[in-house]
Design a protein around this ligand. Structure first.
Ligand code: GDP
Ligand code: IMO
Ligand code: MG
Length: 427
C-alpha cells in the first residue's frame, strides 16, 4: 500500500512541515487536504528556514509533485509570496503544483471579518490566526463561497457583487467598520486567475491516478486533531477537520485508499490561541519549555503556551484517527530537564482515574502525572535510535507502550537531517 496521512495529534505545530519535507524524498505526491494559511509549516534545510502556509511543505524535494485539494481554502496573495521565496532560491515549482478548482478562495473581507469578529468577542476571543479561516469556511458551507473554478467564469463580476454586498453589510452595520471595494477585490482576483490557471487540475482524479499506478501519495495534515471543528475543544477550534478521518472528503477519494496514518506529537505539549489546556505548565517551567523549544507561532509569531505531554488526549487522538505509528518531535528540547512530567490519567471526583479523555471534556478531572527522570544529555547528534541516551530511549518506548502503537520516527532538531527513522517506519 502506498499512501500515508501525516497528521498532528495535538493543537498544531507538532513539526509536520519538517517531517513532510523529510518523507517527501520517499513520495511522489504531497497533498494538502484541509485548512489554509492558518498553517505555518517550518522546514529547515542547510540552515535556511522556510515557512509554508499554502504550499505543501514537500515542495523543496525536486522529485515530488504537490497539490492543494478541494477541502483546502486558499489566499492567493499568500501563495504568491511563497512562490517569490521559491523563485529567489531557484526552486522550480510551477510544473509540479496542482490546485483543485473546488478550493474556496479567502477574500480580503474574510480576513477583515475574522479580525473584527474575534476582537468583538472581547475576553472570550478564540485567538484565531486572523487569516480569514472561519469566515471563508462559513461561506463555503452557506453556499456563498467563491471557488478557484469560479475565477474563470464569465459571471465572476456578478457573483462577486452579491458576495461583497453581503459582506459589506455585515462589516458596516454590525461592526461599524469600512467595507471593501468590489473593484479592488475583482482586480486582485483577475491577477490571481491568470497565475493560477495553468495549475488547475482535478486533485481527486490525480490522487486516484497516482495510487492506482503504484505511486506514493502523502496527505499533509494541517493544524491538529484537538482543533477539529467537530471532535476538538469546541469552540476553541479551527474550521476544518485536521485528522486523517477527513482525508477522503478533503481530497475526494475512497477511505480505503488511506493506507496508513502517521501521527505526530511533541515530546511535550503546546497550544497557541485560547482554549482549555489541562497540562499547561506555569511559571519558570513554562518559560523554560517556551524558550528551549522556541515556541513562537510560525503563522503569527504569537507565543505558544507550553505544558506536558497529555497521554489521555493522545490516546483519544490516536483512536479517532486510526493512527498506525507515532512520530515524537522536539525530543531535544527536554535534554536539560532533571525531571519530566507526563499526564497519564485524569482523577474523577469519585477517585477513579480515566486513561482517555476527549477535548470536549471541559472538566476532565484532575491531571495525574508520572514523573520521569531526565537524560541530561544531548540528543540532537543521534543518527539512530540506539545513539540516543538510554533514558531518552526509555522515554520513547514508554510513550509507545502507553499509547499502544509503535514509534516510527523521532525528531531531535530543526534541521532536515535531525530526523531518526525507526525500523518500523514502513516507507
Ligand atoms: P507544524 O505546523 O506542525 O509544521 O510545526 P511548526 O513549523 O509550526 O512548528 C514546529 C517548530 O519546531 C518549527 O520551528 C520547527 O523548525 C521546530 N522543530 C521541528 N522539529 C523539531 C525538533 O525535533 N527539535 C527542535 N528543537 N525543533 C523542531
Ligand atoms: P499548523 O498547521 C497551531 C489555532 C489558532 C486558534 C484556532 C482557530 O501550523 O499546525 P483559525 O485561524 O484557524 O480560525 O484559528 O486554531 N490554529 C493553529 N494553532 N497551529 C496551526 O496550524 C493552527 N491553525 C490554527 O491559534 O487557536
Ligand atoms: Mg505550525
Amino acid at each position: 500500500m502506498n499512501s500515508l496521512a501525516l497528521i498532528g495529534l495535538q493543537w498544531g505545530d507538532e513539526g509536520k512541515g519538517k517531517l513532510v519535507d523529510w518523507l517527501s524524498a520517499r513520495f511522489d505526491l504531497d497533498i494538502r487536504y484541509q485548512g489554509g494559511p492558518n498553517a505555518g509549516h517550518t522546514v529547515v534545510v542547510n540552515g535556511k528556514k522556510w515557512v509554508f502556509h499554502q504550499m505543501p511543505a514537500g515542495i523543496l524535494n525536486p522529485g515530488i509533485n504537490v497539490a492543494i485539494a478541494a477541502g483546502c481554502i486558499l489566499h492567493p496573495e499568500t501563495l504568491f509570496k511563497e512562490w517569490e521565496e521559491l523563485d529567489a532560491d531557484g526552486v522550480e515549482y510551477l510544473s509540479r503544483t496542482f490546485i483543485d478548482p473546488r478550493v474556496n478562495i479567502i477574500l480580503p473581507q474574510h480576513r477583515l471579518l475574522d479580525r473584527l469578529r474575534d476582537e468583538a468577542r472581547g475576553k472570550n476571543k478564540i485567538g484565531t490566526t486572523g487569516r480569514g479561516i472561519g469566515p471563508c469556511y462559513e461561506d463555503k458551507h452557506a453556499y456563498y463561497g467563491l471557488r478557484i473554478g469560479d475565477l474563470f467564469s464569465a459571471s465572476l463580476d456578478q457573483r462577486l457583487e452579491i458576495i461583497v454586498d453581503h459582506h459589506n453589510a455585515i462589516i458596516e452595520k454590525v461592526y461599524g467598520a469600512d467595507g471593501v471595494e468590489k473593484k479592488t477585490v475583482l482586480e486582485g482576483l483577475e491577477v490571481a486567475a491568470e497565475r493560477i490557471r495553468p495549475l488547475v487540475a482535478d486533485v481527486s482524479n490525480l490522487a486516484y491516478e497516482y495510487i492506482e499506478s503504484g505511486k506514493k501519495v502523502l496527505f499533509e495534515g494541517a493544524q491538529g486533531v484537538l482543533l477539529d471543528i467537530d471532535h476538538g475543544s469546541y469552540p476553541f477550534v479551527t474550521s476544518s477537520n485536521p485528522g486523517a478521518i477527513f482525508v477522503p472528503t478533503g481530497v475526494g477519494i475512497s477511505p480505503k485508499l488511506v493506507a496508513r496514518v502517521l501521527g505526530l506529537t511533541k515530546a511535550y505539549a503546546t497550544r497557541v490561541g485560547a482554549g482549555p489546556f489541562p497540562t499547561e505548565a506555569s511559571g519558570e517551567l513554562e518559560a523554560r519549555l517556551q524558550k528551549l523549544g522556541q515556541e513562537f507561532g510560525a503563522a503569527t509569531g504569537r507565543r505558544r503556551r507550553c505544558g506536558w505531554l497529555d497521554l489521555p488526549l493522545l490516546r483519544y487522538a490516536v483512536r479517532l484517527n486510526g493512527v498506525d505509528g507515532l512520530a515524537i518531535t522536539k525530543l531535544d528540547v527536554l535534554d536539560s530537564f532533571d525531571r519530566l512530567k507526563v499526564c497519564t490519567g485524569y482523577r474523577q471526583p469519585d477517585g477513579t482515574v480515566k486513561g482517555e479523555i476527549t477535548p470536549r471534556d471541559f472538566d476532565p478531572g484532575e491531571p495525574v502525572y508520572e514523573e520521569i527522570e531526565g537524560w541530561k544529555k544531548t540528543t540532537s547528534e543521534a543518527d539512530n535510535f540506539e545513539d540516543l541516551p538510554s533514558q531518552a530511549q526509555d522515554y520513547i518506548r514508554w510513550i509507545s507502550t502507553q499509547v499502544d502503537i509503535p514509534v516510527w520516527m523521532v525528531s531531535v532538531g530543526q534541521d532536515r537531517t535531525k530526523t531518526i527513522a525507526l525500523p518500523d517506519l514502513p516507507f
